[in-house]
Design a protein around this ligand. Structure first.
Ligand SMILES: Nc1ncnc2c1ncn2[C@@H]1O[C@H](COP(=O)(O)OP(=O)(O)OP(=O)(O)O)[C@@H](O)[C@H]1O
Length: 577
């Protein structure tokens, strides 16, 4: 998955990568030359007391070092730029993909994991890519070049290389093998801590109201302790790596000095060659270490790449038609034709054989006990889900045959849990229509019975709205969401239990103000309260996903037992209240 993801996203940066590889090649070759030059300065200059070779070779060394430094800087810059660009591209693709998802796909993944996949997982891949781009050439050339150059200096000491390199690879490899499973546990622990934290922050009022703070604190402490424990275990292993590596490095240096000194004594080697050999040995050991570290990061990044590709490979179940049909402009009826709907993975349909027509200029109400399928019914109209059987028609056109944008642009949806975005009141209202004037915004607010409280806000229309609408009350949020739908002036209004958080008087005033505004539109209202829908032109009564009655309030009182029961239960509740 990692290879596939990178192959797909690195293609636009091929030229960068070629330049980067050339730069790295130059940098590594330059690095490999330095110890040899240093050795020659010692042997040809210092040992013989000659200043000229020292100056000449010193100047070459300086030049090579400057070249090496500049190409390394350029290579690192290019590497980090390419990795950051790939990260940006993958993030953008995930965003586009998630934006195309229907409620079904969002529900399948869940918002938290979609967020962590587009942040944390991409960072993992980006880090490995950066390391790969900067080490890909350096490590193998350094390793092979280091061995070749060391052998060129002295073949007699090569057995030291044959011992030190595998020993280091073995030691680091063993420690890292123990670390990798801990990394997985650590990732899970972070998820756990995040999950509890998120729940506590969003549910803080419930936690306080039910005096569950101690319980929640204990729950968090448990997750926090596991995370800390894992981090400590990883830390201990990390702490072992450095001293062990240093022991191997130092022991190798001592061995080189010891055996090299004997060879110098026997006249088989020169001091400069010994220094160069030592440097090459360190080069090789360093590259082995880097390669091993890289090898540990790849499995983590591969898991992340798998999670990213899973999102990118998921197609929306709500597909746009190949040649969209046009919904006739102007007024548009909404027709349910023998609609059956089953949620993905569920055995039983939530809606069965639902048929009715909501006409322009009329208000159609949908009522039923909780869980009877009212919200589901509404969600089929703007294609948040597609019907399992039957069809939903808007303006006589099956919503699956019309363009998605066109279907959405004809609807003004006020969801059961309205969501407001971070920004100002005006910005939120203009979600309905970007070009709406201040006048139009105030009109919509007046109809939605929201003008008074917006006028009282310190900055009126420019007052800030917190994420999700956290700084306004539930009822105010509902009214702002209604105003947002009104600003759009759609052909079809869908109100999903949108009046439930309003007191009876505001509810009545709002409905009265809405009536002239929505006179030409098709209005579908889902409601729990009979008083909200009593004047509707048509009431559809749902029970367990089936239509058990259609008619006006009076008709249904006469012939629909379920409706009579609902009316009766609410009357009893009112009397009791
Ligand atoms: N995303 C989902 N996946 C699976 N089942 C779901 C999903 N959403 C709702 N359901 C189920 O579908 C049924 C109908 O739910 P729906 O929200 O449409 O009812 P409702 O009549 O609007 O209820 P309420 O008045 O409480 O809002 C319920 O039994 C619910 O458990």
């Amino acid at each position: 998955m990692l290879v596939r993801l990178l192959r797909e996203h690195l293609r636009p940066y091929t030229a960068f990568i070629v330049v980067l590889l050339v730069l790295q090649l130059a940098s590594t070759i330059a690095s490999l030359f330095l110890p040899s030059l240093n050795g020659r300065i010692i042997d040809e200059g210092v040992a013989l007391g000659q200043t000229r070779p020292i100056l000449e070779l010193g100047a070459i060394m300086l030049g090579v070092s400057l070249l090496q430094i500049s190409v390394t800087i350029a290579a690192t810059f290019l590497g980090s730029r390419t990795a950051a660009s790939v990260g940006r591209d993958v993030r953008a693709r995930i965003f586009d993909r998630v934006a195309s998802f229907s409620a079904q796909e969002v529900g399948r993944f869940g918002p938290p994991t979609l967020i962590s996949r587009s942040t944390n997982d991409i960072t993992q891949v980006q880090t490995v890519l950066f390391m790969g781009l900067t080490l890909m050439v350096t490590v193998p050339i350094m390793m092979v070049g280091g061995i070749v150059m060391a052998l060129r200096e002295d073949v007699g000491l090569s057995w030291l290389m044959a011992v030190a390199v595998p020993l280091l690879a073995l030691v680091v490899g063993l420690i890292i093998r123990r670390m990798v499973p801990q990394f997985t546990v650590m990732q899970e622990s972070i998820d756990w801590v995040n999950r509890i934290l998120r729940e506590q922050i969003t549910g803080i009022r419930v936690v306080r109201a039910f005096v569950r703070e101690d319980h929640e604190r204990a729950r968090f402490a448990e997750a926090n302790t596991q995370y800390t424990g894992t981090a400590l275990a990883v830390g201990k292993l990390m702490a072992m790596v450095f001293p062990l590596v240093m022991v191997i490095f130092n022991a190798s240096t001592v061995a080189v000095l010891w055996f090299g000194a004997h060879r110098i004594e026997d006249g088989e080697m020169q001091i400069g060659a010994l220094t160069a050999f030592m440097s090459y040995l360190i080069f090789v050991l360093m590259s082995v270490m880097m390669a091993t570290f890289m090898a540990t990061m790849i499995p983590r990044a591969a898991v992340s790449a798998g999670r990213i590709v899973e999102v990118l490979d998921t197609s929306t179940s709500v597909l746009p038609p190949e040649s969209p049909e046009q919904i006739p402009p102007g007024r548009a009826s909404v027709e349910f034709r023998d609609v059956t709907f089953t949620y993905p993975g569920a055995d039983v349909p939530v809606l069965q054989d639902v048929s009715f027509t909501a006409r322009p200029g009329q208000t159609t109400a949908v009522i039923g006990s909780t869980g009877s399928g009212k919200s589901t019914l509404l969600s089929l109209i703007p294609r948040l889900y597609d019907v399992t059987q039957g069809a939903v028609l808007v303006g006589g056109v099956d919503v699956r045959s019309a363009g998605l944008e066109e279907v959405w642009s004809r609807m003004g949806l006020v969801p059961q849990k309205p969501y407001l975005f971070t920004g100002t009141v005006a910005e939120n209202l203009r979600y309905g229509d970007q070009d709406a004037t201040q006048e139009q915004l105030w009109d919509a607010l007046r109809i939605a019975q929201a003008a008074d409280f917006v006028a009282q806000m310190p900055e009126g229309l420019d007052s800030p709205i917190a994420q999700g609408g956290g700084n306004v009350s539930g009822g105010q949020r509902q009214r702002l969401a209604i105003a947002r739908a009104l600003v759009r002036r759609p052909a079809v209004y869908l109100f999903d239990d949108s009046f439930s958080a309003l007191d009876l008087t505001t509810d009545a005033r709002l409905r009265a103000a809405l009536e002239p505004e929505t006179a030409d539109a098709t209005v579908i209202v889902v409601a729990q309260r009979v008083s909200t829908i009593i004047g509707a032109d048509q009431i559809v009564v749902l029970e367990d996903g089936r239509v058990v009655g259609i008619g006006t309030h009076e008709d249904l009182l006469g012939d629909c037992t379920t409706y009579q029961e609902i009316v009766q239960s609410q009357a009893v509740a009112e009397v009791a209240g």
